[in-house]
Structure formats: C-alpha cells, structure tokens
Design a protein around this ligand. Structure first.
Ligand code: DX5
Ligand code: ZN
Length: 228
C-alpha cells in the first residue's frame, strides 16, 4: 500500500506561500483548506488564490473545501486545475452529482466527514468517490488535538472498501503528527494531511519524510485491497 503525505498550507506563511511550497516538494499533494467563514468560523482563500498556487506548485493540489454551497462552487476548483477536490457531505445537496462533475473535468472527487457525521450516513454513496476524508478535528483551524475516537470510523471505511472491492483513498485530517499518525495508519488510512506537524517543524521536508516512514511502518494490512 502506498501512503501519501499531504502537508496543509494552513500552517504555512500566507505571504510566503511560494517559498513555503518549495519546502514540501517531496510531498504527494499540497493540501489547501478553503474556508468561507460560514461552514466553519474561519476564512482563508478562494479560487483566485488557489489558481495562483496551481501555477507555482510542483506538487499536485488537494483542495479541501470547508464551504457551503458545494453544488455551485466545488467543480470550479477542478476547472482551475486542482488534481483533487474534496467537499463536505454536510454542506452539499447532491454529493454524487458534484462528484460526477468533478470527475468529468478530470480531477479526483473526495467526500469529507465531520467528526459527528457517521460513515453509515454516506455508505450508499461512498463508491462514487475517489477519497473519503475522515476529519479528526472539528474543521476550521490547524493545531487542534487529534480525536482518536474517529479511528472506529476509519476502520469502518476500510472495511467497506475491502468488502466492496473499491479503491478510494482513505484520508485523515486534523492533529496528525509523529505520535498520532500510527493510529490512523493502523486503522486503515493511507492519505495523511498534516499542517502544524510539517510547517511547525524546523525542516518541513524532513518532517514529511518522517511522517511517511511512520505511516508505512504502521500501515494496515489488507490482502484483498485493490491498489488504486
Ligand atoms: C482543519 C483543516 C486541516 C488543518 C490541519 O480544519 O482541514 O487541514 O490544516 O492542521 P493540523 O495538522 O495542524 O491539525
Ligand atoms: Zn483540511
């Protein structure tokens, strides 16, 4: 199983984004947290900024939308060139239709679940996505504590993937660091977002490699998993 480490630029220096992107060129994707001060109580950036990031980034873009009205806004992030667009089920009227539009444009479509959203509520639509992103903090801010009680949800998603022979990626976002990444990996996550545990370290690139090594060492073993 391949593991992916996606640093979140929420913890980067917003006036030196190009420089800080250069510090994580060994990452798999750069995670971009789009917040609208409505779905979450924080405001970051929108399509114009993401488009500029796209034009300078050497790694693909993993956009995480924490906004309302994804039916209207989410496909636009695929259009501007993001390789992956993940939106919250809690803020979307027709998640499957949005996923189809994102995929038609040529990006991966991800579905994010807040800590209070059970996997059972999306079980019927999960197969339409390229990634299920399990939040291990309440979305809105970096630097929060990892919610270990979400590991059961990751195990359910991994079990579903195995039972159905699907191949979506299982992402985890929030409080992932050198101590908690093993828990998420053992539960079945393969795609790890880390903000403060990358940009809060003296050497972000080394932090990426350390996290990758830890995730690989603790990865969940699943004989029947079909590799994406
Ligand atoms: C939180 C964001 C996360 C955030 C993670 O709402 O979705 O991507 O950047 O930051 P850390 O890794 O510091 O918890
Ligand atoms: Zn995020």
């Amino acid at each position: 199983m391949t593991v992916r480490i996606n640093p979140s630029i929420l913890s980067a220096d917003f006036v030196n984004l190009e420089r800080d992107l250069g510090h994580i060129s060994n990452a798999d994707f750069v995670h971009i947290d789009v917040m609208d001060n409505n779905f979450v109580p924080n405001l970051t950036f929108g399509p114009q900024t993401v488009s500029r990031i796209k034009s300078v980034s050497t790694v693909p873009l993993d956009v995480h939308l924490m906004i309302v009205d994804n039916d209207k806004w989410a496909p636009g992030y695929a259009e501007l060139g993001a390789e992956s667009v993940t939106f919250h089920v809690e803020a979307t009227v027709d998640p499957v239709a949005v996923a189809q539009r994102i995929k038609q444009i040529g990006a991966r479509a991800g579905l994010a679940l807040k800590p209070g959203t059970e996997f059972d509520t999306v079980r019927d639509i999960a197969g339409s996505f390229d990634q299920i992103l399990v939040m291990t903090v309440e979305p809105g801010f970096g630097g929060q504590q990892f919610m270990a009680d979400q590991m059961e949800k990751i195990r359910q998603v991994a079990q579903f993937r195995k039972d159905t022979g699907t191949s979506f990626w299982i992402g985890v976002d929030g409080g992932v660091d050198e101590n908690t990444i093993s828990l998420a990996a053992e539960a079945g996550a393969d795609t790890f977002v880390a903000g403060s545990a990358v940009y809060g370290r003296d050497n972000p690139s080394l932090a990426v490699e350390n996290l990758r090594k830890l995730a690989q060492e603790h990865r969940h073993h699943e004989e029947n998993h079909v590799e994406a």
